[in-house]
Design a protein around this ligand. Structure first.
Ligand SMILES: [Zn+2]
Length: 151
């Protein structure tokens, strides 16, 4: 099933926090490689290697999540990377998933609707999708989730 392959590819792609963080930087707006690295350093207080940033951007671009334009920056021409619509959609999905994980870690009695991301304290609507039990706030969210799944 191509869908499963794509999902595995994505998890592999996001196997570490740095990559996830690069996406959050791109989500805020277009950036060139050096900007991504300096933003990363400013916020995470850690250096990120260009040998991680550039291949990751290339992978994202190959998968159609990112595209680049050439723009003059100072006296140089740089590749400025921007998320595609698909890429933004991917980020929204990841952020929801991430927010869900964080909420559950803080409040174990909580479920988070896998579709809209709202918090469900009790009586979540549960459905098994792709062999995994998923929680939703209502059956309508479950139906919409099945229609437009996070890839
Ligand atoms: Zn919902």
């Amino acid at each position: 099933m191509p869908e499963t392959n794509q999902k595995q590819g994505l998890d592999e792609l996001l196997s570490d926090f740095s990559r996830f963080y690069i996406l959050t930087i791109l989500y805020e707006g277009p950036a060139h490689g050096y900007q991504i690295m300096s933003q990363f350093k400013k916020r995470v207080k850690k250096e990120i290697s260009p040998s991680l940033v550039y291949p990751f951007l290339e992978q994202l671009e190959n998968k159609g999540y990112v595209k680049h334009t050439l723009q003059p920056v100072g006296d140089k021409i740089k590749k400025v990377f921007v998320l595609t619509d698909e890429g933004r959609e991917l980020c929204t999905c990841l952020f929801k998933r991430f927010a869900g994980l964080v909420s559950i870690a803080i409040e174990p009695s909580l479920s988070v609707c896998a579709h809209c991301g709202c918090k469900v304290y009790e009586g979540a609507y549960k459905e098994v999708i792709d062999g995994k039990e998923m929680a939703f706030c209502c059956m309508h969210c479950a139906a919409s989730y099945k229609e437009s799944r996070c890839r």
